[in-house]
Design a protein around this ligand. Sequence first.
Ligand code: GDP
Ligand code: MG
Length: 163
Amino acid sequence: HLPTVVIIGRPNVGKSTLFNRLVGRKLALVDDTPGVTRDRREGDATLYDLKFRIVDTAGLEEADAASLAGRMRAQTAAALDDADVAMLMFDARAGITPLDRHFAQWLRQHDKPLILLANKAEGRAGETGVAESYELGFGAPVQISAEHGEGMADLFEALFPLL
Ligand code: GDP
Ligand code: MG
């Protein structure tokens, strides 16, 4: 039985891109349109010699429970409950937004091992966002580029002791 890791974060930060990279197949739909992942998607991930189950989520937004966003939110909460480790991803190029703070606040209410992931950190465009992220209270983020495959060794080092 593989341990389960869930990727959480606001739309468009790169969750599905990381999911696809770790699963090695295009199971998750990547799109520039925020919130395009409608369903929770799961796959078997490989990161060097680590094997785990990975769950891609759609996003957690404030909305009526009957709406699509409400269902997406319920799915995210269920995915978190089922996971052994949560990864909160933000867009280091965009910096910390109110929705990122909202996710951080929400995750603080859960007793789940957490890795903070600064995605889109290739080059230097992510430096300000990385500095801003300390305000979330989770310490130093793991800096990655899901698209370019950078930071995967650092992600391994962060995940290894938690699985
Ligand atoms: P999601 O909504 O969080 O699942 O985000 P997606 O994986 O669908 O990605 C949203 C957009 O960000 C797409 O245009 C991706 O190509 C882009 N993206 C994802 N990862 C990176 C990255 O590491 N660097 C850059 N520059 N763009 C990325
Ligand atoms: Mg997605």
